[in-house]
Design a binder for this molecule. Structure first.
Ligand SMILES: [Zn+2]
Length: 116
């Protein structure tokens, strides 16, 4: 395991609350090679797997994309096509990556308000 993979293991080994449901987030080696995708979402098991080799930006994009997949399933957004979902995850990832200080400050403030 390289130093970079070690640093990334922490945000990946967690659960995400998406639309009120908890999804277990895991890193999977060779996901891209085997399934031709950086991530996948299982709506029944409530799991999101991400390829273990992704960069931090790809990790954010993949988590956002799979979260959109979860929203689509939860809210039966059947008209939401995959190209639109890719455009949304791309735009939202860019928003976060271009403005990390805003999100860090706003979310730190939110955690304080919640007493976390
Ligand atoms: Zn997808």
């Amino acid at each position: 395991m390289t130093e970079n993979q070690e640093e990334r293991s922490s945000p990946i080994s967690t659960s995400l609350k998406i639309g009120g449901h908890y999804y277990k987030l895991s890193a999977l080696p060779d996901l891209m090679r085997m399934y031709h995708a950086w991530g996948r979402c299982n709506h029944i098991l409530k799991t999101i797997d991400v390829d273990a080799g992704v960069s931090i930006t790809e990790l954010i994009a993949t988590v956002i994309h799979e979260s959109i997949e979860a929203f689509k399933e939860q809210r039966a957004l059947n008209d939401l096509d995959h190209d639109t979902m890719i455009n949304l995850d791309d735009g939202l990832t860019q928003l976060m990556v271009d403005n990390p200080d805003f999100f860090i400050k706003a979310l730190t403030e939110l955690k304080k308000e919640r007493g976390e």
